[in-house]
Design a protein around this ligand. Structure first.
Ligand SMILES: Nc1nc2c(c(=O)[nH]1)N[C@H]1C(S)=C(S)[C@@H](COP(=O)(O)O)O[C@H]1N2
Ligand SMILES: [Mo]
Length: 317
């Protein structure tokens, strides 16, 4: 499938990669000279973090990135606690993202384990700036660094029985104090239908804002599925399993009337306890800040709506 641009963005707003690179170089030069702040660009944000560059992708939204500080300090990572501040407080010192292996198995012809360094070499890194819409009605814009999950899927050659992909994340009580709570079923597990997993927008992310992922954002590797609620984007993956039956994701297991398998962003289908029609963008929470209308498939309808043609999205929420 060929995709030329992000949806709900006029072609004139798309920055061609050459111009983007030039702008970025200028910004970095200006930043190095102390001329401008670097908030909202992909320039390095945490001097201590290893850099991770990616070639700019035309699938990026041109919306301004949410400030790094907000994306790294206001997180959902229940293995470290349910308060938004818990992951940033605990994950940097408790989670050990290296050495790390990701097991890829199930209905594939070439099952194997990848050391994280080998996994990172599988395909060229891209920088993809995506909207992220949490089921809790807040959103952010994040410049991820990674490559399409499809690249990994091609490498392991799924069999004809592979209908779904299950994503299993780390559950180590020594590193993760949140596992003492039973808010969710551990290990945190997610799933995608095969065509969703193969979709060019579906990203395996290793970095963000030009750096390796901070622990609280899912180091060393996470999933990013921009047209679905944020909880589908599982952090700190340890196993990717190809299966025949629809996997049970942790959120659905914990509250099946509130969370479904598909979890597509849909302003017309309310959560059992709140409306999904609008959202608060992180960083825009001043007294007079307007809520933003939530877009169908989080604004990616042009690329993904066809995956669901003929499906009742109210039943398949
Ligand atoms: N392993 C794991 N992955 C997870 C979560 C979690 O609690 N554990 N929370 C999800 C939710 S609800 C959201 S909104 C996103 C948040 O990603 P961010 O904190 O990097 O913005 O991560 C998702 N991935
Ligand atoms: Mo979320």
């Amino acid at each position: 499938m060929l995709i030329h641009r992000a949806p709900d963005v006029a072609p004139s707003e798309i920055t061609p990669p050459a111009v983007w690179r030039e702008r970025r170089t200028l910004l970095q030069a200006a930043a190095a000279a102390g001329l401008v702040g670097v908030v909202g660009t992909s320039a390095a944000q945490n001097a201590a973090a290893p850099k991770l560059a990616g070639r700019p992708s035309p699938l990026s939204t041109v919306e301004r990135a949410t400030p790094y500080k907000l994306v790294t300090e206001y997180c959902n990572y229940f293995e470290f606690g349910t308060d938004k501040e818990d992951p940033a407080r605990l994950a940097p010192k408790m989670l050990k993202p290296r050495p790390w292996t990701v097991q890829v198995d199930g209905e594939v012809q070439r099952a194997r384990s990848f050391g994280i360094e080998d996994l990172m070499k599988l395909a060229p890194m891209e920088e993809r700036t995506y909207r992220l819409r949490c089921v809790e009605a807040w959103s952010a814009v994040v410049p991820w660094v990674g490559f399409p999950l499809a690249e990994l899927i091609k490498t392991v050659a799924p069999t004809g029985n592979a209908k779904f992909v299950e994503f299993i994340t780390l559950a180590d009580p020594k590193q993760m104090p949140g596992l003492r709570s039973d808010v969710l079923r551990w290990p945190y597990t997610e799933g995608l239908r095969m065509d969703e997993a193969m979709h060019p927008l579906t990203l395996l992310a290793f970095g963000m804002y030009g750096e390796v992922l901070p622990n609280q954002n899912g180091a060393p590797v996470r999933l990013v599925v921009p047209w679905k609620y944020g909880f589908k984007s599982a952090k700190s993956l340890v196993r990717i399993r190809f299966v025949e039956k629809q996997p049970v994701n942790s959120w659905k297991a914990s509250a099946p009337h509130e969370y479904g398998f598909y979890s597509n962003v849909n302003p017309d289908v309310d959560h059992a306890r709140w409306s999904q029609a609008s959202e608060r963008r992180l960083g825009e929470d001043g007294l007079f800040a307007k809520r933003r209308p939530t877009l169908m498939f989080n604004g990616y309808a042009e690329q993904v709506a066809s995956l669901y043609s003929g499906m009742d999205l109210r039943m398949n929420f």
